[in-house]
Design a protein around this ligand. Structure first.
Ligand SMILES: Cc1ncc(COP(=O)(O)O)c(C=O)c1O
Length: 451
């Protein structure tokens, strides 16, 4: 379907245009290479389709401006960290008040905001007891530790091509022969991850049952829909089956809602009436200020508390000095109370539906073998039709050149997607005109390629 020679020519053309549009970003990157490892503040920032990252000048709402003065409709939104929009006013005010007027971010004393946030997360996700971290990665690490502690079991179970942060236990996949193996490129793993973890494909209850039957799995850590290998939705009855099997085998269940929070104010857990033992979350809930959280069911909390030998207050392996600090808690309160409200989600989801329908229209017009999948306020296109039903299938249809071409073409015309696959996210400040701008440019990119 795709003429690879044409694609290579277009990629060259778009990379050349990108270099000409962004001389200051290119110069800043060249200079940064002197003392930054990899030339970037964090090595994943080298995931830049055109060879160097754009440097940020300003960001507000759904708009970003780079140092060359180019303005973008931002559908990347910090890969969900800015789902509340960039620097939303209520969060700016709360953070300024806490850090500026009142003063104090890292004081090792609770603030009254924390209980409000715990109550709000309980209302949204249905789990009564909450604790904070600085990242979703840490929320997952600590939730896994608690699950192993209360069940007395050594292993966890995850899904092939999942991502839950840089958590040692999750970096493995099911290979094309059905073997469970360490993920390619896994950096300095402490042990082979098959020692700590079982991995299965999504939407396969038989495989899950087979692995849980070993009786050594403390907890299943899952996104209710996969979001890190395109969006893969659960098939009807699958999540109910997961819950029944985990209960039957004495295994706990964590819903990682860090990305699937896009499904609604209480993520998939509330939107789909799920009943996990633990919920983990991070990124968006702080409105851009680093934070994470995990919520425990009454039963899990009681089981943890019934184990007096656990060191939860010092060096037992659960805790971070800056976790639950006054600044992130103030940011969470303002963001949840005034920005990512129930009403905001209604609008964001309507816009994501508009996005999805527009992309589908382009796919239909050119009879492309692609699909587009929506999960509340996020939507993503994938180079396969029908949409893949698990991580392995979705990984098999990856097309990095095609992806790079679309990313650079869009960036050259003022639209940003997340640098990891083709995800677009709506925030409260996104407008229908922003979505339509994407469609106009996307249609142009496809026309140049296949038209
Ligand atoms: C589902 C999920 N959980 C956890 C994380 C880790 O988030 P962070 O990098 O903010 O710790 C990610 C990051 O993309 C994620 O997608």
């Amino acid at each position: 379907m795709i003429d690879r020679t044409r694609l290579a020519e277009l990629l060259d053309r778009e990379r050349d245009l990108f270099r000409r549009r962004n001389p200051r970003s290119a110069a800043a990157y060249a200079q940064a290479r002197e003392h930054l490892f990899g030339g970037v503040p964090m090595t994943w920032m080298n995931k830049a389709a055109a060879g160097f990252p754009l440097y940020l000048a300003e960001a507000r709402g759904a708009r970003v401006t780079d140092v060359d003065g180019n303005e973008y409709v931002d559908l990347c939104l910090g890969d969900t960290g800015a789902m509340a929009g960039h620097s939303p006013e209520p969060t700016v005010q709360a953070v300024s008040e806490q850090f500026g007027r009142r003063g104090g971010a890292t004081v090792m004393m609770p603030t009254e905001d924390a209980a409000w946030v715990g109550g709000e997360l309980a209302r949204r996700f249905g789990l009564p007891y909450w604790s904070f971290s600085l990242t979703a990665t840490d929320a997952n690490r600590w939730a896994i530790r608690l699950a192993r502690a209360v069940t007395g079991r050594p292993k966890i179970l995850v899904y092939s091509y999942c991502y839950h942060g840089s958590v040692d236990e999750v970096l493995l996949v099911v290979d094309p022969d059905g073997e469970q193996v360490s993920r390619e490129g896994n950096v300095g793993a402490p042990v082979d991850p098959t020692v700590t973890t079982r991995v299965v494909e999504f939407n396969d209850l038989e495989a899950l049952e087979r692995e849980l039957a070993h009786g050594d799995v403390a907890v299943v850590l899952m996104e209710p829909a996969l979001t890190n290998i395109g969006i893969v939705l659960p098939e009807p009855g699958y999540l109910r089956g997961v819950r029944e099997l985990t209960r039957a085998h004495g295994t706990l269940l964590i819903n990682d809602e860090t990305h699937t929070f896009s499904a609604g104010p209480g993520g998939c857990t509330r939107a789909w009436d799920l009943d996990p033992d633990i919920v983990t979350i991070g990124k968006a809930i702080g409105g851009g200020i680093p934070t994470g959280a995990y919520g425990l069911s009454g039963e899990v909390a009681a089981r943890v508390e019934a184990m007096p030998g656990l060191d939860l207050v010092d060096v037992g392996g659960v805790g971070g000095t800056l976790a639950g600090n006054a600044l992130s808690v103030a940011a969470m309160r303002a963001t949840l109370e005034q920005v990512l409200t129930d009403e905001a989600f209604t609008r964001m989801i309507e816009l994501a539906t508009r996005f999805t329908e527009g992309v589908q229209a382009v796919i239909d017009e050119h009879r492309l073998p692609w699909s587009v999948t929506q999960l509340g306020a996020r939507s993503e296109y994938r180079f396969a039709s029908p949409a893949p039903r698990n991580g392995g299938q979705s990984n098999a249809v990856a097309d990095p050149d095609l992806e790079d071409y679309l990313h650079i073409y869009l960036a050259n015309r003022g639209v940003l997607l997340t640098p990891f696959h083709n995800m677009a996210l709506m925030c409260p400040a996104t407008t229908a005109a922003d979505v339509d701008r994407h469609h106009e440019v996307f249609a142009g990119a496809v026309r140049d390629l296949v038209g």
